[in-house]
Design a protein around this ligand. Structure first.
Ligand SMILES: Nc1ncnc2c1ncn2[C@@H]1O[C@H](COP(=O)(O)OP(=O)(O)OP(=O)(O)O)[C@@H](O)[C@H]1O
Length: 298
């Protein structure tokens, strides 16, 4: 369908003040033909609290077309961020704009949701549905016109390598196949923003490699945010890395710049591959900086 760029341009025309157009290059933001850089997601001062736990602590981020890896230790706030962007959780504070929509009010939310794809960490489905019915149901929820939905479902299912199981019941699929059906429902509407929470969990190595190629392909026109613990997925498929730690942004850059950090003195004593070393070095650097700031305040 290839709707991404025209849709973005339409959104920019309709609500120019709500999209940030950046003059200079940033990692992960793909230049428009005009040379401008379009931010499809803009997050300012985002705070999420779950009772006494601060999951996100005044985070500022923006994302444009490309594949953005979201890394961080357990409890860093990755899922909390993705759930707010997916419009399934309300922030405690701050402002989020998605494709020019401020995510407040029924109309804005509905408009944003139609152009979103979301794979939650754990997702539900009717076990008696076939893959076709499961993905088709989501196409219906996204208000896709009936005359194109059938072909869109088949295409999405084929893209995740499940064409031969399209008429199998969900309950007969393996865990990895269920995950792939989950990815298919997330991309069925050719979303402009695609949010994937640990999409490769449970995939076999061959499927992971194929999934990375799909991510790269999707990132040409879509803003893809993928939360993962698998640093090699990020190294291969992502244009930009955002590392969260204790609800704050600990590092942002390209996978290559993270790898360079792993090659420096900070990563000298760490095992693993360069990106894994960079990840650990960045995390240690961030924690040391936080400790210094906290100590200075006392
Ligand atoms: N529903 C909830 N109720 C209470 N605390 C929560 C809830 N959801 C998340 N938290 C807390 O918020 C913090 C951030 O959690 P979140 O799930 O966003 O992290 P994460 O980076 O996705 O972690 P993981 O890698 O383990 O999936 C954690 O301290 C977590 O315990």
């Amino acid at each position: 369908m290839g709707r991404g760029r025209p849709v973005l341009r339409r959104a920019a025309r309709a609500a120019p003040s709500r999209l940030r157009l950046r003059p200079g290059p940033r990692p992960g933001l793909v230049p428009e033909p005009s040379g401008e850089f379009v931010s499809t997601i803009s997050v300012n001062g985002l705070t999420v609290r779950h009772r006494r736990t601060v999951a996100l602590d005044g985070v500022d981020l923006d994302f444009g077309p490309g594949v953005h890896g979201l890394l961080g230790p357990n409890g860093a706030g990755k899922t909390s961020l993705i759930r707010v962007l997916a419009t399934v959780a309300r922030p405690t504070g701050g402002r989020v704009e998605l494709l020019g929509h401020a995510l407040s009010g029924h109309r804005e939310l509905s408009a944003a949701r139609r152009r979103l794809g979301y794979l939650p960490q754990d997702f539900g489905y009717y076990p008696g549905f076939t893959v076709r019915e499961f993905v088709g149901y989501v196409a219906w929820l996204k208000a896709m016109p009936g005359d194109i939905a059938g072909a869109a479902v088949e295409r999405a299912v084929a893209r995740v390598g499940l064409a031969d199981r399209i008429d199998s019941k969900m309950r007969t699929l393996s865990g990895g196949m269920v995950r792939r059906a989950g990815i298919a429902q997330a991309i069925v509407n050719e979303p402009d923003v695609l949010l994937l929470d640990e999409p490769t969990a449970g995939l076999d190595p061959e499927q992971r490699v194929e999934f990375r190629s799909l991510l790269v392909e999707l990132g040409h026109r879509t803003t893809v945010i993928v939360s993962t613990h698998l640093v090699e997925d990020v190294a291969v498929a992502c244009t930009e890395v955002t590392l969260l730690a204790s609800g704050r942004v600990a590092y942002r850059g390209t996978p290559a710049s993270l790898a360079t950090l792993g090659e420096s003195d900070a990563g000298a004593d760490l095992g693993g591959n360069p990106v894994e070393r960079g990840y650990t070095a960045a995390l240690r650097g961030h924690r040391a900086a936080v400790a210094t700031t906290t100590g200075a305040r006392r």
